[in-house]
Design a protein. Structure first.
Length: 184
C-alpha cells in the first residue's frame, strides 16, 4: 500500500518515517523512526493488538503508563509498550527527540497514523478533525483506543458524527480504508 520510506507529519513537528514491514518467522513487524520537538507527543491511548518497542537515539523520552507516574529514557535505552496497556509518550527534553521503533504485528497502525496525522495537519490544531476522529476511532476500535476521550463521547457523540459525516460525504476519502483487524 505504501512506498518506503513512508514519511508522515502531524503539523506540530512530529514526524514518523516508516521504513517498511519486516516479515519473518516470529511474525510481521512495522519498523520506523520518529522525531518530536520538545513537549510534543501522544495522548493516553492503548493498542489492543500490538506491542510497540521504542529505542531512544537522541533526546529524552517521557513515558507514562495509565495509572502510573511518568518515567524517562535517554539515548540507548529501549522501552516496551505491551498490548492492552494504556500509555502516552512525549519529548521530555529541550532538544529534538529521535527514536527508532517497531510495532508487532503492524495490522492497520500505519494506515491509522497516516490518516490521523493528515487530519491533524489539515485541521491546524493538535488534534484531528472531529469527523475524521469519529471515523478512525470507530472503525479501528478493535485495534486502538484513545483513553483521553470520554467513553460517553465515543459511545454517543461518535455515532452521531458518523451519521452526519456519511450524509455530508465526509468519508469519501476513506473509501479504500483497510478492514479493521479483530482480535482472534
Amino acid at each position: 500500500m505504501y512506498t518506503y520510506p513512508h514519511k508522515i507529519e502531524n503539523g506540530e513537528g512530529q514526524v514518523l518515517t516508516f521504513s517498511g514491514v519486516v516479515r519473518d518467522r516470529d511474525g510481521d513487524r512495522l519498523e520506523g523512526e520518529f522525531l518530536a520537538p520538545p513537549g510534543v507527543g501522544t495522548p493516553m491511548h492503548l493498542h489492543h493488538l500490538q506491542e510497540e518497542t521504542m529505542t531512544v537515539v537522541a533526546g529524552r523520552l517521557g513515558l507514562q503508563f495509565a495509572g502510573e507516574q511518568p518515567r524517562y529514557a535517554g539515548p540507548g535505552e529501549t522501552v516496551i509498550l505491551k498490548r492492552g496497556v494504556g500509555h502516552r509518550w512525549w519529548n521530555a527534553g529541550t532538544t529534538e527527540l529521535r527514536c527508532t521503533g517497531l510495532a508487532t504485528p503492524p495490522n492497520n497502525l500505519e494506515y491509522f497514523l497516516t490518516a490521523l496525522f493528515q487530519s491533524m495537519k489539515q485541521s491546524g490544531r493538535k488534534r484531528p478533525g472531529l469527523f475524521d476522529a469519529a471515523f478512525l476511532l470507530t472503525r479501528y476500535r478493535s485495534e486502538i483506543r484513545m483513553l483521553d476521550i470520554p467513553a460517553v463521547v465515543q459511545k454517543v457523540a461518535f455515532p452521531v458524527l458518523l451519521a452526519a459525516g456519511t450524509l455530508l460525504g465526509k468519508y469519501d476519502k476513506f473509501k479504500d480504508a483497510p478492514e479493521p483487524v479483530l482480535d482472534t
